[in-house]
Design a binder for this molecule. Structure first.
Ligand SMILES: C[S@@+](CC[C@H](N)C(=O)[O-])C[C@H]1O[C@@H](n2cnc3c(N)ncnc32)[C@H](O)[C@@H]1O
Length: 414
C-alpha cells in the first residue's frame, strides 16, 4: 500500500490506522482466528481470557470490535464477511457484493482495462472490479480505511491520498462512490452523520461531473434520492434495487453511459446475469376514475418508480397507473412481470373510514396490513378508528386516484 502514514482528518468514531495495522498483522490475524463466533453476552469473558493469555488489551479490544463488525457484515457479505475487515462507517457505506459485481460488469462490457476507484472505502467495489479481471488502483483519504481496502482487495494497488490530487492515466476508467457523510460530524452513535445532499459529497459532485464531462469512462454511485434534474446531459442514471429496496442511483458517463437516459436495475441475489433492467420511451397512462380499477393491481419495484419508468409496466400489462409517479397499475390482465408484484383486487372504494369499517366488520377482519402511497395519515389513529374485530386479515392500499383518495383491498397473487 502506498501513501501517507497519518491523516489529520480521520472519520469520527473510526479506528486509528495503528490499531488497524496491528489487527492486520500476523499477530492480529492469529488472534482474530482464535475468537469464538461473536456473542455480545460473552464479550467480557472472552476479553478476560485473552488478556489472561497475555494478549495486549488494545489488540484484544480491536479484535472483538472487528469480530462484532464481521458478525454484522454477514447480512451484506454472507460467509465472506468472516475473512474481511471493516470499520463501522466503511461497512455501512460499502456496496453489496451483488451490486458491485454489476458495476464491474459494466466496465468489463466497455472493454476497460484499468479502473481508478477514487474513495475506495473498505474496498467492496474494488474487490469486485479485481474479481472481474480489471486492474484496480484504489485511493482513499483515510489511512485506516485504505489499509482495510488493501486487505479486502489484495490484488488492487491501494494508495492513501486525496482523490482530487491523484494523476490518472488518460486511458484509465474511474469509479467514484463519494462519501455521503459529513466529515467530523458525529451522530449520537459516534458515527459520521449521513448526508443526502449532492453538495456535501466527498469527493465533490463538481469533481465527479468534471471527470465525466472529459469523455472518460466514469461511473459513480449516488443516493437513490439523486434528483434527475441534476443529471448531466451526457450521462445516464440507473436506480438499483436489491430485495425490493432501492439502494443507489448509479450515474454513468462516456462509454459506460446507457443509450436510455434513465433506467432501473433489479439486482438478482444469485447472478448479475439475472438482473432485470427496465427502461422505456413511453409515458404511463393514468386512471381517470375509480371505475378504471380492474381485476389486478401491479406494484412496480421501487427502482422502477424512482427511475420514472412505470410506463414499462403499463405497456407490459396493458394497464393504467392509478396516480402518476406512484407505480400502481391496474388492468384485467394476469401477466408475470419480473419487475412488479401482482395482487388481485377484492374491493375498491373511496377512502371513507366509516364505510371501510363496515366492510371489514362484515367480513370479520380483525387485522389489517396497510400500504400507503401518496397519502398521509396517522397509522395508529387510523387503526384505532377502524375498531377491528375478528380473526381474518386484509391487505389495504390507501392511495390517490384522480384527485380523490381510494382504498383497495388486495390479495397477493404472485
Ligand atoms: C462510500 S465510501 C466508498 C465505499 C466503497 N465503494 C465500498 O464499496 O467499500 C467513500 C470513501 O471515500 C473516501 N473519501 C472521501 N473523500 C475523499 C477524497 N477526497 N479522496 C479520497 N478518498 C476520499 C472516504 O474516506 C470513504 O472511505
Amino acid at each position: 500500500m502506498r501513501g501517507a502514514e497519518t491523516n489529520a482528518e480521520t472519520n469520527a468514531g473510526a479506528p486509528g490506522a495503528d490499531s488497524v495495522r496491528r489487527l492486520l498483522s500476523d499477530d492480529g490475524r492469529r488472534l482474530l482466528a482464535q475468537l469464538p463466533p461473536y456473542d455480545p453476552d460473552r464479550v467480557l469473558s472472552v476479553t478476560d481470557r485473552l488478556r489472561a493469555d497475555g494478549h495486549a488489551p488494545d489488540l484484544v479490544a480491536a479484535a472483538l470490535t472487528q469480530s462484532a463488525l464481521r458478525a454484522k457484515a454477514t447480512a451484506k457479505f454472507g460467509a465472506a464477511a468472516a475473512g474481511m475487515f471493516f470499520t463501522a462507517d466503511g461497512l455501512e457505506q460499502a456496496t453489496r457484493p451483488q451490486i458491485a459485481a454489476g458495476h464491474a460488469q459494466r466496465f468489463v462490457d466497455a472493454e476497460v482495462d484499468t479502473v481508478f476507484d477514487l474513495g475506495c472505502g473498505i474496498g467492496s467495489d474494488a474487490e469486485a472490479f479485481a474479481a472481474a479481471g480489471l486492474r484496480v488502483h484504489a485511493v482513499d483519504l483515510d489511512p485506516a480505511t485504505a489499509a482495510i481496502a488493501a486487505a479486502n482487495a489484495p490484488s488492487a494497488v491501494v494508495e492513501v491520498a486525496d482523490a482530487t490530487t491523484v494523476s490518472i492515466p488518460s486511458d484509465a476508467a474511474v469509479w467514484l462512490d463519494p462519501a455521503r457523510r459529513t466529515r467530523g460530524v458525529a451522530d449520537v452513535t459516534g458515527r459520521t452523520r449521513r448526508t443526502f445532499r449532492l453538495d456535501e459529497l466527498l469527493p465533490s459532485w463538481e469533481f465527479v461531473t468534471a471527470l465525466g464531462a472529459s469523455g472518460r469512462a466514469v461511473g459513480t454511485k449516488l443516493s437513490p434520492s439523486f434528483p434527475l434534474s441534476a443529471l448531466p446531459p451526457e450521462a445516464s442514471a440507473q436506480w438499483v434495487s436489491y430485495g425490493g429496496e432501492v439502494l443507489e442511483c448509479a450515474v454513468w458517463f462516456g462509454p459506460l453511459a446507457d443509450a436510455h437516459r434513465v433506467s432501473a436495475r433489479l439486482v438478482d441475489a444469485s447472478s448479475a446475469s439475472n438482473d432485470v433492467v427496465v427502461h422505456t420511451d413511453s409515458v404511463a397512462p393514468s386512471a381517470d376514475s375509480i371505475d378504471d380499477v380492474d381485476t389486478y393491481l401491479y406494484e412496480a419495484d421501487r427502482a422502477v418508480v424512482r427511475a420514472g419508468v412505470t410506463a414499462a409496466l403499463t405497456d407490459a400489462v396493458g394497464g393504467v397507473e392509478l396516480s402518476p409517479g406512484l407505480g400502481h397499475v391496474s388492468t384485467d390482465q394476469r401477466i408475470d412481470v419480473g419487475f412488479a408484484r401482482r395482487f388481485r383486487v377484492l374491493e375498491t372504494m373511496p377512502f371513507n373510514q366509516k364505510a371501510l369499517r363496515s366492510w371489514l366488520r362484515l367480513r370479520r377482519i380483525g387485522r389489517v396490513t396497510v400500504k400507503k402511497r401518496g397519502v398521509t395519515f396517522d397509522d395508529a389513529t387510523f387503526r384505532r378508528d377502524l375498531k377491528l374485530k375478528g380473526s381474518d386479515h386484509a391487505l389495504l392500499l390507501v392511495t390517490r386516484l384522480a384527485e380523490t383518495q381510494v382504498v383497495l383491498v388486495l390479495d397477493p397473487d404472485d
